[in-house]
Design a protein around this ligand. Structure first.
Ligand SMILES: [Zn+2]
Length: 105
């Protein structure tokens, strides 16, 4: 071994190894147009794509879900909601309204 071998840099960056990918569970109700537009709007500094996203966890608020991801390349965290969070007539309201109107609640 000579001195130049000691100074060489690895050609592959170390990817984040500390994030454990989990599989999402269930069949949530989603606004698919909103979900697709959210995915399209996510931008990372190194041009990472959705395949770099590691699903870390889901937070449920009634029938509304928020999916949390961490990029395995740049470590940026992103959240994809199942529908627009600012929407006042959301899935939870629709579920309650339909249950009351059909005489079930
Ligand atoms: Zn990234």
């Amino acid at each position: 071994m000579n001195d130049t071998e000691d100074l060489t840099l690895p050609l592959v960056m170390n990817h984040s190894e500390d994030v454990e990918e989990i599989k999402p569970q269930g069949r949530p109700i989603v606004d698919i147009n909103y979900v697709f537009n959210t995915i399209k709007s996510i931008s990372h500094p190194f041009g990472c794509t959705f395949k770099n996203f590691i699903f870390t966890h889901e937070v449920r608020n009634g029938c509304i879900s928020s999916f949390y991801f961490k990029c395995n390349f740049c470590n940026q965290k992103d959240v994809i909601h199942s529908e627009e969070p600012a929407n006042t007539f959301n899935t939870n309201t629709a579920m309650v309204t339909s249950t009351v109107n059909t005489g079930q609640g």
